[in-house]
Design a protein around this ligand. Structure first.
Ligand SMILES: Cc1cc2nc3c(=O)[nH]c(=O)nc-3n(C[C@H](O)[C@H](O)[C@H](O)COP(=O)(O)OP(=O)(O)OC[C@H]3O[C@@H](n4cnc5c(N)ncnc54)[C@H](O)[C@@H]3O)c2cc1C
Length: 365
């Protein structure tokens, strides 16, 4: 079968409590963007039990077709049966691309599906585009393939192509696409699969399921994120500071915005600060607060970076913020390349003044 015969951009969607999850809505929007560029359809893939409502929701949220398996034995996620079902769907209908959310489930399922379908996978993308790709060894240009855009290990953002195989499989980190608005007047095709359970897939059985309490730290949902980095370890003159002081100044700004202005605000941190495992910040600055490639992706109205250099791994987690304010002593800090408001200076001097101006008490302390 020629590559051109593979059609449609599928998004593997997940439902929770009868609704599609927000990251599923995001990848439907990503699929829509790719599909529109190549004149193809968006397919939502759903595997589970009791899916009637979410099948319709997927159409309202941008899917032109929904490919689904709705069986009692699929009611809980298990990687082997789910892999088999998704592969059967793809082998039968031959999609051009298959997109997953780069979360725990997507990271488990997508490589297994890619392996069984004998195709490539680029994980943890922040964006997808459609481009022509010239492949030197074959002296061939592949038309209209997906450029999978993701941060590299060093300081680059890489584009990955898997032009010679279909479906092109990608996972996208949550927080990088805005869901499409709901439109319940949309019509779509529903393709129900009726797979049979294969006993070989049930070497693991689920005995009990317990919901893990949700963390009270909601970085992704915050309107303002104030992030601290290793810059809190010294003042503007280079003298060592107790990092707890830097933490408390930032926390005071967060609390002021919450309490006086009613703005949903959260404290974030860089990976370098969290990994420093400073005893002064024990229990206060934990990995739940990490923003970046290996942490959370945030897109608040305002992002305040205090003593953060702005490494590429940090940037990919906050670049979609509407307004970025950076305070840094180093005028060459990369964070200034993306800041809408860049202030060169010592956070220990500037932040208390800002707190004072916002009515948070003289000097902010
Ligand atoms: C695979 C991989 C994944 C990674 N994932 C992430 C991730 O998810 N998130 C993340 O954040 N990092 C991540 N990193 C680490 C990343 O590369 C950087 O090391 C890290 O972001 C740097 O953190 P920082 O800005 O706090 O520290 P630094 O780079 O040390 O920057 C500190 C900044 O503070 C400034 N400063 C110093 N004193 C003051 C002061 N008194 N007032 C104001 N400014 C001051 C300095 O000028 C400097 O720019 C990852 C790295 C790798 C290799």
């Amino acid at each position: 079968m020629s590559l051109e015969q593979y059609r449609d951009v599928w998004a593997y969607c997940v439902a929770e409590k009868g609704k599609l999850t927000r990251p599923s809505l995001e990848i439907l929007a990503a699929a829509r963007k790719v599909a529109d560029q190549i004149g193809q359809k968006v397919g939502a893939v759903l595997v589970g039990y009791g899916l009637d409502q979410v099948v319709d929701e997927a159409i309202a949220r941008g899917a032109d077709l929904v490919v689904y398996a709705d069986e009692p034995w699929l009611s809980s996620y298990l990687c082997l049966p789910y892999t088999r079902v998704v592969c059967e769907m793809a082998e039968k209908l031959k999609p051009y691309a298959l997109i997953f959310v780069a979360d725990e489930l997507g990271r488990d399922l997508s490589p297994r599906v890619a392996y069984r379908l004998n195709t490539g996978l680029a994980t943890d993308n922040i964006s997808l585009a459609v481009e022509d790709y010239y492949f030197g060894p074959l002296n061939t240009t592949f038309k209209n393939v997906i450029a999978q855009i993701r941060p590299d290990f060093a300081t680059r953002v890489a584009k990955i192509f898997t032009p010679r195989h279909r479906p092109q499989i990608a996972s996208i980190r949550p927080g990088n696409y805005e869901p499409l608005p709901e439109d319940w007047s949309r019509k779509g095709e529903k393709i129900r699969f009726r797979p049979q359970p294969n006993p070989e897939d049930f070497s693991v059985q689920i005995i009990e399921e317990k919901e893990v309490p949700k963390s009270s730290i909601d970085l992704e949902g915050a309107t303002v994120v104030v992030t601290i980095g290793l810059g809190i370890l010294k003042d503007g003159a280079g003298n060592p500071k107790n990092p707890k002081e830097g933490y408390e100044i930032a926390k005071k700004l967060v609390d002021l915005l919450k309490e006086k202005y009613g703005v949903k605000s959260e404290l974030g941190a860089t990976r370098a600060l969290i990994h420093a495992e400073l005893k002064e910040l024990e229990g206060l600055v934990t990995s739940e607060r990490q923003v970046g490639q290996t942490g959370k992706t945030v897109s608040p109205e305002i992002y305040v970076a205090l003593g953060v250099s702005g490494s590429v791994q940090h940037r990919v987690g906050m670049i979609k913020s509407k307004k970025i304010i950076a305070i840094n002593t180093d005028p060459k800090a990369p964070i200034f390349e993306i800041a809408h408001y860049g202030i060169r200076g010592d956070l220990y001097q500037l932040v208390p003044n800002i707190i004072g101006l916002l009515g948070g008490g003289a000097g902010g302390r």
